[in-house]
Design a protein around this ligand. Structure first.
Ligand SMILES: [Fe+2]
Length: 352
């Protein structure tokens, strides 16, 4: 349970000297000749090596992103008794530091508060029927005027950005640019407002978020100005991803590993707020339809390199990922034992 002195030192001083790549998609958005081809090749190279990059030239106004940080602050710095009035249902709810259960088997509770939003469906929509943990209505803080409208505006703009990137990912896999359309008819996107207070003591399995991979297709992260996110680089050393104003940090998730038949990475990352100020960040977990069948793209399968992953419903994959992290409440309905044995997921309690 205890970390050694060297481990603790490296938590505060990640020592990788490798670079986090930067991808500027402004030429692609402007429709410059050759830009899509060039950028998709670059994206492919990044995805095969680091699996993380800073996205610039994306066209989302900084004022919109700043407004989200403002909403994150407004929510998470509200009194606890107010925050506790948000209904705790499904995955689309508020989880506070103060009242968080110990969700992993051999680990301290994550040192963060989170608020999750899915697509806002009409009340009687099947996606609100509570039949699974991913099919619940959003719950909103009712004491914050304008909050819901601001968050849903950001949700829509984030979804549009994710969709804008799909042709680049498809081309990076040498597939037709519309290849991912079938995955993203009604995608399961989660926008999360996160708050990490300063972490006073390092080690002893305490993290803002312990090392993990993301399950989704890609994550589109806005981080304000307080660092804390660190990434396991190709060398095996960790590196802080410095906040860069106007940039989104993007990483490919486990779904991308399966579709690319292992060509693209899903890189481990963690958060420790080593500074003295509160850290606020807003990730968009951009994932396929719950009913989408995730399968290896034909261009990634050959006689010498057969498909390593059987096709699977995205919701089943997602469910198994939650289970592998030891989240309470997921144990009873685990699906697809083949998924766990593939070794793609590192259970949080085994991660260091
Ligand atoms: Fe993550």
């Amino acid at each position: 349970m205890m970390d050694g002195a060297d481990d603790v030192y490296l938590m505060e001083h990640p020592d990788s000297t490798e670079d986090i790549p930067v991808l500027d998609i402004a030429p692609y958005i402007a429709g410059e000749p050759g830009a899509r081809e060039r950028l998709s090749k670059e994206l492919g190279r990044i995805s095969e090596t680091v699996g993380f990059f800073q996205l610039i030239g994306h066209g989302l106004p900084q004022s919109l992103i700043d407004r989200m940080f403002g909403e994150a602050r407004r929510l998470h710095l509200s009194p606890l008794e107010k925050r506790r009035t948000i209904k705790n249902i499904g995955r689309g709810t508020y989880r506070g530091i103060e009242d968080r259960p110990n969700i992993s088997l051999n680990q301290k509770p994550r040192l963060n508060s989170s608020f999750n939003v899915h697509r806002e469906y009409p009340p009687d929509h099947p996606m609100n029927d509570m039949s699974t943990v991913f099919r619940y209505p959003n719950a909103w803080p009712d004491w914050l005027p304008g909050f819901k409208e601001n968050v849903l505006e950001y949700y829509d703009r984030g979804e549009a950005l994710g969709r804008l990137l799909l042709p680049l990912w498809a081309a990076a896999l040498d597939m037709p640019v519309d290849y991912f359309d079938k995955y993203f008819v009604d995608p399961h996107i989660t926008t999360t407002l996160l708050h990490y207070p300063p972490q006073k003591v390092m080690g002893n399995r305490q993290y803002g978020i312990p090392p993990h991979t993301d399950n989704n297709f890609i994550t589109i992260l806005a981080q304000e100005d307080v660092p804390g996110l660190a990434v396991e680089m190709p060398s095996g050393h960790w590196r802080i991803v410095e906040p860069r104003r106007g940039a989104f940090v993007i990483n490919s998730g486990n779904t991308m590993v399966r579709i690319s038949n292992g060509r693209f990475k899903s890189t481990r990352h963690r958060v420790i707020n080593i500074g003295e100020h509160d850290r606020f960040s807003v990730p968009i977990f951009f994932a396929p339809d719950l009913e989408a069948i995730v399968e290896c793209a034909p261009t990634c399968v050959t006689a010498e390199n057969p498909a390593r992953y059987p096709p699977i419903r995205y919701e089943d994959l997602f469910y198994w990922h939650q289970y592998s992290e030891g989240a309470r409440g997921f144990e009873q309905k685990a699906v697809g034992p083949d998924v766990k044995s593939e070794g793609l997921w590192v259970p949080a309690q085994d991660a260091k």
